[in-house]
Ligand binder design. Structure first.
Ligand code: NAP
Ligand code: GCO
Length: 288
């Protein structure tokens, strides 16, 4: 019988992480490669795939990457077929690709709403549907969804994102309910506020170097008083992909520095000088 440390390993497993050219997806992939998995990723544009391939090459990871839009069932079906032929059947799927549009609901068009629901909720449905038959045939599989604080909370301007991430929590439970009998586990990671390009606009300092009011707000809501780092999510991502979590199913695990346990402090009490030296993101990409 495998020892406890070995039960966290992913040797020989094929892990597909969607939208993993940079950001959280890249961090999950790095962690999976370190414990033995073969990495497969897609992204929406060739330039992102090239950037990802270069990044993996530099890290010494032999990853397979290609363009595939997670909202297109035809593209996803073709991608999975290619992966099966070139790499092997997919053992682990991380539905990581996501977008956000920060627009007040009364100003959001139906088209903008549909784009967010399409990538953040329909995408995980399409990708999970594509990998489940092989997982059922094999009698094992792991699906990990990218939930959010917005799977539990609302806030101004993120109606479509919150609706999608709340829906994704229930898709997680439903995949668990429907396919748990085949030894397939579907769980979700619920990151708090993590420093990636997606959240860069929320942290960007003013021209005079002043702290972004949202940055101050998030730190005052977070007992750890900091933004999460991509490395903070790697341990859970490995655990949920590994045999060590085989009896955990349908759960959302929040990694939020304590936000969801805490009512928060008055933002004006926060000592800004503690954070002045923190490095800004070098690479700011705004998704809106
Ligand atoms: P990110 O930096 O924006 O990366 C997401 C990736 O998905 C990007 O490469 C993006 O490409 C790609 N993508 C977008 N639409 C796609 C499509 N239709 N098909 C394939 N790929 C597509 O996001 P992140 O911050 O790493 O977050 C990753 C996931 O965690 C997302 O689902 C996000 O909602 C969730 N999350 C993030 C945080 C956080 O604080 N960062 C917190 C909670 C949850 P483009 O660059 O072209 O958009
Ligand atoms: C926002 C943020 C969030 C985070 C994350 C929180 O505008 O409030 O972008 O939605 O990215 O999902 O868990």
């Amino acid at each position: 019988m495998a020892g406890i440390i070995d039960s966290f390993r992913l040797d020989g497993k094929v892990a597909w992480i969607t939208g993993a050219s940079y950001g959280l997806g890249l961090a999950y992939a790095k962690a999976y490669a370190e414990v033995g998995a073969k990495i497969v990723f897609n992204d929406i544009k060739q330039e992102l795939v090239d950037r990802g391939l270069e990044e993996y090459r530099k890290l010494g990871i032999d990853a397979y990457g290609a363009v595939c839009d997670v909202t297109s069932e035809d593209q996803v079906t073709a991608f999975v077929k290619d992966v099966e032929e070139k790499v092997g059947t997919i053992d682990i799927l991380v539905n990581n690709a996501g977008i956000i549009k920060r627009i007040p609901m009364t100003e959001m068009s139906v088209d903008q709403w549909n784009q967010v629901i399409g990538v953040d909720l329909t995408g995980p449905f399409i990708c999970s549907k594509a990998v489940l038959p092989a997982m059922i045939a094999k009698g094992s599989g792991k699906i990990i969804n990218a939930c959010s604080m917005m799977s539990e909370f609302g806030r101004e301007t993120v109606s479509a994102y919150a609706a999608a991430k709340g829906g994704l929590k229930m898709l997680t439970r439903n995949i668990c309910s429907e396919y748990g009998q085949y030894n397939i586990q579907c769980n979700a990671i619920g990151p708090g506020y993590i420093a990636t390009p997606q959240t860069a606009p929320l942290r960007a300092r003013g021209e005079d170097g002043s702290m972004n009011p949202f940055d101050r707000f998030i730190r005052s809501k977070t007992p750890a008083q900091r933004w999460g780092r991509t490395e903070d999510l790697q341990g859970l991502a490995v655990f949920l992909a590994s045999p060590a979590s085989d009896f955990i199913n349908g759960q959302v695990v929040y990694i939020d520095g304590g936000i969801s346990a805490y009512i928060g402090q008055d933002p004006s009490n926060l000592d800004e000088s503690k954070f002045a030296a923190e490095k800004e993101d070098e690479d700011i990409i705004v998704n809106d």
